[in-house]
Design a protein around this ligand. Structure first.
Ligand code: CP
Length: 320
C-alpha cells in the first residue's frame, strides 16, 4: 500500500474534478486498476475498518448508490445510506446542522444534491471529507470512472487522445471537460444553442489545458464535433429535476441524438460512452447503446473500482 500522505488526499473534500492534480488522478487510476484486477487483499480489506461513510441522496440513484455502498463494504467499512425522505436536507433540518451531526459520527460524507451550493455548505461545516456524488454543477466521480475507462482502453496513455461530448453542457459535460483538460485529452463539447457549458467551467478547463496541452472546444455542430473523435459521449437530455422541460428539450436536442447516422461521420473504431441511465430512443438509439463498441457497461463497472481508490485515499489514508 502506498501511503496517501505522499499524495496528500487524506481528509480532503472532492467536490470538483479540479480538486485533484493530474498526478493524484493518475495515482487513483493505477490503484483502481489494481482493485479491478484482483480481490482486495487482507490489508486492503481492512483499509476502512472501524470507519463509517454516510451516503446521502437527495435524488434517485442506481450506480452511485450501489458502487459506493459496495466500495465501503469491500474496504472493511460501514456505509449508512440516507435518502431525502429520511433526512429532509435543508427542509426538516438546515444543511449545516445535518453536516455537523454527520461529522460527529462518520468518517466521510458522500452526497448527491440538487444544488452544488449545498455541497459547499456541507464541506464548510463538516471536518470529514465531503465527496460529490452529483450536483447541478458536476459529477466528478462519474468523470473519474469515464477517463479511467479510456485510460485502460488507450493503454495507460491519455494525452493527445480525443473525446467528444454530444448533448447538454451540464454537470456530466462539465466534469468530463475539466478532467480532459487536467489530463491532456482534447475535448469537444457539442450542444444545441442555449445549452452550452457554464462559461466559468470553460474558463477553468482552458486554464487547466494550458498546463496539460489539451484542446478544449465548444460547438453547436454535432457532425463536425465527431469527425476526428476517438470516443463519443452522451447523456440524457432531461436531467432529474428538469422534467417540466422535457418536451422542449426533446425538440431542441433532436439533431444531437447519437445514432448510426451520426456515427457514419466519425472515424472507424470510434467508441461510444454513456454514464447511464439512458433514455433509449432520445439521446441514444438502442442500436448504439447495445453495440459492442459502446462502453457504458464498462464505465458502470469502473465506478466501483475508482470509488474504492478514492475512498482508500481520502478516508483510509493508503492506496494499494
Ligand atoms: N451515472 C450515475 O450516476 O448513475 P445513477 O444516477 O444511477 O447513480
Amino acid at each position: 500500500m502506498q501511503a496517501v500522505s505522499e499524495m496528500s488526499l487524506l481528509g480532503r473534500d472532492f467536490l470538483s474534478v479540479a480538486d485533484l492534480t493530474a498526478d493524484e488522478t493518475l495515482a487513483l487510476f493505477a490503484a483502481a486498476q489494481r482493485f479491478k484486477r484482483r480481490t482486495p487483499n487482507e490489508r486492503e480489506r481492512a483499509c476502512l475498518t472501524g470507519k463509517a461513510v454516510a451516503l446521502l441522496f437527495q435524488k434517485p440513484s442506481l450506480r452511485t448508490r450501489v458502487t459506493f455502498e459496495l466500495a465501503v463494504a469491500q474496504l472493511g467499512g460501514y456505509a449508512v445510506v440516507l435518502t431525502q425522505a429520511e433526512v429532509g436536507l435543508g427542509q426538516r433540518e438546515a444543511v449545516k446542522d445535518v453536516a455537523r451531526n454527520l461529522d460527529r459520527w462518520v468518517n466521510a460524507i458522500v452526497a448527491r444534491v440538487f444544488a452544488h451550493a449545498t455541497l459547499e455548505e456541507m464541506a464548510r461545516w463538516a471536518q470529514v471529507p465531503v465527496i460529490n456524488a452529483l450536483s447541478d454543477r458536476e459529477h466528478p466521480c462519474q468523470a473519474l470512472a469515464d477517463l479511467f475507462t479510456l485510460w485502460q482502453r488507450w493503454g495507460g496513455e491519455l494525452k493527445g487522445h480525443r473525446l467528444t461530448f454530444i448533448g447538454d453542457g451540464f454537470n456530466v459535460a462539465h466534469s468530463l471537460m475539466l478532467l480532459c483538460a487536467l489530463l491532456g485529452v482534447h475535448c469537444t463539447i457539442a450542444t444545441p444553442k442555449g445549452y452550452e457549458p457554464q462559461p466559468e467551467i470553460v474558463r477553468k478547463a482552458e486554464e487547466l489545458a494550458r498546463t496539460s496541452g489539451a484542446r478544449i472546444a465548444v460547438t453547436n455542430d454535432p457532425v463536425a464535433a465527431v469527425r476526428d473523435a476517438e470516443a463519443i459521449y452522451t447523456d440524457v437530455w432531461t436531467s432529474m429535476g428538469q422534467e417540466d422541460e422535457a418536451e422542449r428539450r426533446r425538440r431542441d436536442f433532436a439533431a444531437f441524438q447519437v445514432n448510426m447516422n451520426l456515427l457514419r461521420h466519425a472515424p472507424e473504431g470510434v467508441a461510444v460512452m454513456h454514464c447511464l441511465p439512458a433514455h433509449r430512443g432520445e439521446e441514444i438509439t438502442d442500436e448504439v447503446l447495445d453495440a459492442p463498441f459502446c462502453l457504458a457497461w464498462e464505465q458502470a463497472e469502473n465506478r466501483l473500482h475508482v470509488q474504492k481508490a478514492l475512498l482508500a485515499a481520502t478516508v483510509g489514508g493508503a492506496l494499494p
